[in-house]
Design a binder for this molecule. Structure first.
Ligand code: P71
Length: 464
């Protein structure tokens, strides 16, 4: 397979350093076998996240110098508002400093005890903000999403039967809105089809329930629609985005992904009353409505980034680069989640390391080995992140999938970096029998993966 070469050239470079194996062994031991505790300078290729890690363009940097840092009414705010309005179409645009604040403002305003929020799959911060505000977060994605081998063009789709059954079970008054996460991050960066969005809207119309988007990776989702859904090949990404958002009543957005910036976010919505309530809360915790926790220059960078992300040469390269990494691995028989999503390749750690039981965190063991062997940082999405004790039985409950996510920052790494990543993983696969399981030595009561410390299990039977 050949994929398009980079549709940009490099004007500024940031040196990265290849550490020695000895150095990495020392650092990973010091980190308690947790890559969140590593100094980023000791990482060669950092695939921890695609969030806030994009390279900005010369056009965005030029815009940064045009930052108008007036407290109220900055010209950059108007540019940002016009741009978001033009693409997303929502009546009110409320800036925030990142996505989770948009979520927090929305849910703290609309949720009451006993309410539920359906989603295809809630991202961690969305789930946490729903639960923190007294709601219940329900994942209603189609069943196909949970089969890592199944090739389906729109694995992020909402299961409409599950959604209807949920509405019937809980009742309209307990569902203030429904969310669709595009692309569906927790399900592998998989897209949602326009047909599914349209059908979800039609179903919700029957009950009068609003539809919101978790829109972080909206442009990547639009690209998949253009590529895979009949009737969209002749449309521009912007036309597809406009149609998509026209089915919604609002969105939360982390601009750290498809905004192509290092910080920023917003809420878009049509409801005047809700907008007023959220704005009041915004002033209390983020800032005045024309900056919302951001500098004027940040708003300018978002406005320009949102226009650049709609560029098809950019998207073609972006999606192809991620897919190419997936293909290099798949061709060598490395178990990955299929099809490859928009922003990341996910290694299937249960198949990569079948000798390590889930109780010994195979995905974390693989993440640690990848750093130790090659200086590459990925992130565990498995039993360390999601495993927990059942409050009733006291027994450990494990997630269905043990994944290692290789999230690709936008416009940052070249094809040769991807070749390095693929070769390193292929090499590691050959030595997979030497990789041993891990056990926890420290865990925090919530979100334990960020601060956990672990040590190697000496024999594979211990703790099994
Ligand atoms: C990702 C992130 C960033 C992240 C967040 C928490 C732990 C580790 C890494 C952030 C998302 C997201 C979706 C679908 C909302 C947010 C929050 N993703 N929705 O995937 O993917 O946005 O980070 O700007 O607050 O690495 P925020």
């Amino acid at each position: 397979m050949f994929f398009p070469s980079e549709p940009f050239r490099i004007k500024v470079v940031e040196p990265i350093r290849r550490t020695t194996r000895e150095e990495r062994e020392h650092l990973i031991r010091e980190s308690g076998n947790n890559v969140f505790n590593l100094p980023a300078e000791a990482i060669y290729v950092d695939l921890l996240t695609d969030s806030g890690t994009s390279a900005m363009s010369d056009n965005q940097w030029a815009g940064m110098m045009l930052g108008d840092e007036s407290y109220a009414g900055s010209k950059n705010y108007y540019h940002f508002e016009d741009t978001v309005h033009d693409i997303f179409g929502f009546k009110h645009i409320i800036p925030t400093h990142q996505g989770r604040v948009a979520e927090n403002l929305l849910f703290s305003t609309i949720l009451k005890e006993g309410m539920v929020i359906p989603n295809n799959i809630h991202f961690d911060t969305t789930r946490a903000n729903v639960e923190y505000n007294g709601g219940e977060a329900l994942d209603l994605v189609i069943d196909e999403a949970y089969d890592p081998h199944l090739d389906h063009p729109f694995k992020g789709n909402m299961d409409l039967q599950k959604l209807q059954a949920t509405i019937e079970e809980y009742g309209v008054e307990r569902i203030p809105l429904v969310i669709m996460t595009i692309t569906n991050n927790s399900g592998g960066g998989q897209p949602v089809s326009m047909e599914n969005i349209r059908a979800t809207r039609a179903l919700l119309n029957r009950y009068g329930i609003p539809l919101f988007f978790d829109a972080c990776r909206f442009a990547e989702n639009c690209y998949f629609i253009k590529e895979r859904e009949p009737g969209y090949q002749g449309k521009s990404i912007k036309e597809i985005a406009r149609e998509m958002f026209a089915y919604g009543d609002g969105c939360t957005m982390s601009a750290k992904k498809d905004g192509l910036v290092n910080i920023g976010g917003f809420i878009g919505l049509n409801d005047d009353g809700l907008s007023e309530k959220i704005t009041t809360r915004l002033i209390l915790i983020e800032g005045f409505p024309t900056y919302g926790g951001l500098a004027g220059r940040d708003l300018e960078a978002i406005a320009r980034g949102l226009q650049e992300v709609l560029n098809e040469d950019y998207l073609h390269f972006r999606i192809s680069q991620v897919r190419h990494l997936g293909k290099m691995l798949d061709d060598e028989g490395i178990p990955i989640l299929k099809p490859v999503g928009g922003h990341a390749v996910y290694l299937n750690a249960r198949e990569f390391l079948p000798h390590i039981p889930q109780a010994q965190f195979p995905a974390q063991a693989l993440t640690v080995a990848l750093y130790r062997e090659a200086g590459i940082r990925a992130v565990e999405i498995g039993s360390l992140m999601f495993g927990h004790k059942d409050p009733l039985t006291g027994r450990e409950v494990y997630p269905e999938l043990e994944l290692v996510r290789l999230a690709i920052p936008r416009r940052v790494y070249t094809t040769m970096h991807m070749v390095y990543v693929a070769e390193s993983i292929i090499n590691l696969y050959r030595q997979r029998n030497d990789i041993r399981g891990l056990k926890l030595t420290y865990e925090a009561p919530v979100l334990r993966h960020f601060t956990a410390r672990l040590e190697t299990v000496e024999t594979s039977l211990e703790n099994a």
